[in-house]
Design a protein around this ligand. Sequence first.
Ligand SMILES: [Zn+2]
Length: 107
Amino acid sequence: MYDNRPPDMAVRYRVSNVGERVAILPATCKTGAHSLARVGYRAQASERDGVVRVSCNACNENVDVDHFWALTLAGSPPARVELDDTPYADVLPVMVEPRDRPARQGW
Ligand SMILES: [Zn+2]
């Protein structure tokens, strides 16, 4: 399901107002086609590789080679995970199969 492609970027973290470490994952899948909150996603962290892979359920069903983000982990495991595109607005995804991204606010 996953391969060892280079990571797209590092995971963004924030500290909540009760002092929890929160990991922020992109809210949109790597192809730009789906909202992960709507279609569902799978996040699989690999301590050995130091990355978390975030797979879009819709793209995974269509066997899209770019169905997942690969994000570098840093520091201790977060208490919670949130979805938000804002911290990733300047990220250019590393696509295996390059394509035009759908026009979308925030990208
Ligand atoms: Zn998708």
